[in-house]
Each structure stands twice: as structure tokens, then as C-alpha cells.
Ligand binder design. Structure first.
Ligand code: FAD
Ligand code: EPU
Length: 345
């Protein structure tokens, strides 16, 4: 096991935040994971699980062991008339796996093309785009449960998938995901209802074209982190109750909204930020992207503190205008390497 000290994590997080890890190890097997966890125990260190770093906010110094997940492998486990069952190592690149699944004629994940990060993180916030969520196609998740000190499998039901939510959010720091088991379709059932997707497809409704159009739409509005460091949508789309929605609708009749179960309505956070005047605006070196107001960009060597100042100013503006509090989506870590609630900070 090659544990390194004082490792700079800037290139490992898509917001490009400077963050020095006191200890860092890359693990590519379950055995190496156990060794790393054991090392942390001996040294009385917390463990921070790092995957693709595309949905995290890191402080400048992390006094913990950062465990970088690199468990690879894509294996077709079983097949029946309608489905293939595929086990994928947590360290596989998500987008490459989506492209591979399409090549193999395994269908379902095409709407989720071009989402950054690794497969092991996909169940954590139940990644979603264009009307599909990863949880729709996950059968089970293989984890190391640090509380019970065992490897085990959580069924999709056990994972409690919801919009940008899962059991992994309810129990931060408890589970390390080592593989994800997907159930994919042999005959495509394309989901085309989201926004401008159906129109972009024109006459070709094939899964290959679906994947291609999703990629094109995403490239047209989302910034490439290599050019404009970012963590995707910075806030979740807020879900409000019907009464508050009706009040807002009376004032803002063009407000984009998506009806949800239990008399709730999801509102587009990007639209709220846009209307609050923050689209394309910056505070210091951090701003909201001009083509998609929901994406916060680090324009020049920002620290976590700079990011927090800007996003709090955005939250304030939206709260003043709409009486809605936006909740950040990326996971916030503290200097001891533990996941922290945004409101505690
Ligand atoms: P990381 O950022 O490394 O980790 C995220 C969290 O998961 C951390 O708490 C980490 O500790 C935990 N974690 C990661 N791997 C494991 C593991 N193996 N075991 C236990 N815990 C783990 N998200 C969407 O849902 N939809 C989108 O359309 C979307 N678009 C994006 C576009 C851009 C340009 C960017 C930069 C981000 C976007 N995201 C989107 C957010 C992000 O890509 C996803 O949340 C992704 O799943 C994060 O993967 P990651 O490997 O980078 O995870
Ligand atoms: N809008 C504006 N101004 C903006 C941005 C958006 O008015 O600057 C409006 C759009 O016109 C549209 C609505 O807001 O009517 C929604 O915008 P969009 O379709 O771009 O999607 P989103 O709600 O901003 C969500 C996800 C994305 C996902 C896309 C596609 C969340 C928090 N974000 O964005 O996920 O890729 O839908 O499904 O749910 C992520 O989580 O990191 C992410 C990128």
C-alpha cells in the first residue's frame, strides 16, 4: 500500500480548489480498501472517499486519509430475454461506461451520457438527467459497511433512491461503494419527454441518436470543467408545496415548474438565479455561468471560502425575490475530512 503524504488534490476535483491531503492512497482492490481503512484506524484518521471529484467542495487542508477509488472491471453477470445484468467496478469512468453500454446494445443509461465522475458515485446522489435517474437501472450496490465491518449488497429498494438522494446521503461516511450492479434493457424504451430532447431527435429515435443528442445539448450549455472549473448544478432544484407555488405563479406566470407527487412542485433553480440577476455575474473570482445560471464557476484560483461567499450571495438574492432557500448540491467536507451539512458551516 502506497500511502503518500501532503498530496495536492487540485487536479482531482473539477472545481479546481486547492486542497492538501495529509495522507492519500489510491486503491484498486477490496483488499487494498481494507488495508487503507486499517491504516486510518491505526493513525486515528478520518477517511475521505474521493472518486471523480466532480461533486465536492474541499477545504484547503484536509487532516485525514483520502482514499481514491480505482476499482475497475465491467462484467456481464447474467442475461435473460429482456435484460442484461452488469456488475461495474466503482472506479470505472461513468461516461465511458454509458458509451460502452450503448455499443453493447444495453439500453437505459443513454440519457445520462457525459455526466462526469465515476460509476461508484452514481448511486450516492442518484445522478439524473433528461428524465432518467441512475437508480432506475440499479439493481444493487456492493458496499463495505464501515459500521458493521462487512462487505454487503444493498438492493435498489434499500438504497432509498429519490431526487438527488439515497441512503448514502442519510449515512455519510458509513459506506464505501465498491461496485454497482445494473439491470439494462435489450430492447430500448427511449425516454424523450425532457425539454428540447424530442425535437433534437428529429426522425431518428434510436438509442444511439438519443445519446448523441444528450451529449450535444449538454455541450451547448454546460461548461467543460477543464476550461471553466465547476461542479455541475450548484444547487438542487427546490421542491415547494402547492400553496407557495400558486402564490409565486400569480406573480411569475412563466416560471418553469415540474409537478411532483404529494402536491409538491419542483422549480428550476437556474431560472430563479437567472431572474434574481445572477446569470453571468461574478463576486470576485467566482460566478454563475452565462449559459446556465445554475452552474457556479471558479474563474481564477478560488478557495472554498470564495465559493461560499458567492453562493451565499446567490442564495440571499433568490431568498429575497422568491422566498425560496436554495440547497447546494455538492458535498461539503471539513478540515478533518468529514462530510458536513452546508447549514452548519
Ligand atoms: P465525487 O465528487 O468524487 O464524490 C461525490 C460524493 O460521493 C462524495 O461525498 C464522495 O465521498 C462520495 N463517493 C464517491 N464515490 C464513492 C464511493 N465509491 N463510495 C462511497 N462514497 C463515494 N450530476 C447529476 O446528477 N446530473 C448531471 O447532469 C450532472 N452534470 C454534471 C455536469 C458537470 C459539468 C459536472 C462537473 C458535474 C455534474 N454532475 C451531475 C455532478 C457529478 O458529476 C455527479 O454527482 C457524479 O456522480 C459525481 O461523481 P464523482 O465520481 O466525481 O464523485
Ligand atoms: N433556466 C433559465 N436560466 C438559466 C438556466 C435554466 O431560465 O440560466 C431554465 C431553463 O430554460 C429551463 C429550466 O430552467 O426551463 C431548467 O433548465 P435545464 O433544463 O437546463 O435543467 P436544470 O433544471 O437547470 C437539471 C439538473 C442537471 C441535469 C439537467 C438535465 C438539477 C439540480 N440539475 O438542471 O443536473 O443535467 O436538469 O436533466 O436537478 C447536476 O445535477 O449537476 C446537473 C447538471
Amino acid at each position: 500500500m502506497d500511502v503518500q503524504q501532503q498530496v495536492q488534490l487540485q487536479r482531482f476535483n473539477t472545481l479546481n480548489l486547492k486542497a492538501i491531503a495529509a495522507f492519500y492512497v489510491k486503491i484498486s482492490t477490496r483488499q487494498a480498501l481494507l488495508q487503507a481503512l486499517d491504516f486510518a484506524k491505526q493513525q486515528q484518521l478520518n477517511c475521505l472517499i474521493l472518486s471523480g471529484g466532480s461533486n465536492m467542495l474541499l477545504p484547503e487542508k484536509i487532516d485525514a486519509l483520502v482514499i481514491h477509488i480505482d476499482i475497475l472491471g465491467i462484467e456481464k453477470v447474467e442475461e435473460d430475454e429482456q435484460c442484461v445484468h452488469v456488475k461495474v467496478g466503482a472506479g470505472e469512468n461513468w461516461h465511458d461506461f454509458v458509451l460502452y453500454s450503448t455499443q453493447q446494445a444495453w439500453y437505459g443509461l443513454q440519457n445520462l451520457a457525459l455526466i462526469p465522475g465515476l460509476v461508484g458515485a452514481s448511486p450516492v446522489q442518484n445522478i439524473g438527467a433528461y428524465g432518467v435517474e441512475a437508480g432506475d437501472f440499479i439493481e444493487s450496490v456492493e458496499v463495505y459497511d464501515r459500521e458493521a465491518a462487512v462487505f454487503k449488497r444493498l438492493s435498489a429498494k434499500d438504497c432509498h433512491f429519490a431526487y438527488r438522494h439515497s441512503i448514502f446521503k442519510d449515512h455519510p461516511n458509513r459506506f464505501v461503494i465498491v461496485s454497482v450492479h445494473f439491470k439494462l434493457l435489450k430492447v430500448a424504451q427511449p425516454k424523450l419527454a425532457y425539454g428540447d430532447l424530442r425535437a433534437a431527435m428529429a426522425d431518428d429515435l434510436s438509442p444511439e441518436n438519443l445519446q448523441k443528442q444528450v451529449i450535444a445539448i449538454r455541450q451547448s450549455k454546460l461548461p467543460d470543467p477543464k476550461e471553466f472549473p465547476n461542479a455541475g448544478s450548484f444547487f438542487k432544484n427546490p421542491v415547494i408545496d402547492e400553496v407557495q407555488y400558486q402564490k409565486l405563479l400569480a406573480i411569475f406566470p412563466n416560471m418553469p415548474h415540474y409537478p411532483q407527487p404529494h402536491a409538491k412542485v419542483k422549480i428550476a433553480a437556474g431560472w430563479l438565479i437567472d431572474q434574481a440577476g445572477w446569470k453571468g455575474q461574478r463576486l470576485g473570482c467566482v460566478g454563475m455561468f452565462a449559459k446556465q445560471a445554475l452552474v457556479l464557476v471558479n474563474y481564477d484560483s478560488a478557495s472554498l471560502n470564495d465559493v461560499q461567499q458567492t453562493y451565499r450571495a446567490v442564495q440571499h438574492a433568490v431568498k429575497q425575490k422568491f422566498n425560496i432557500v436554495l440547497e447546494p448540491e455538492p458535498v461539503l467536507f471539513n478540515a478533518q475530512g468529514l462530510i458536513q451539512a452546508h447549514e452548519d458551516n
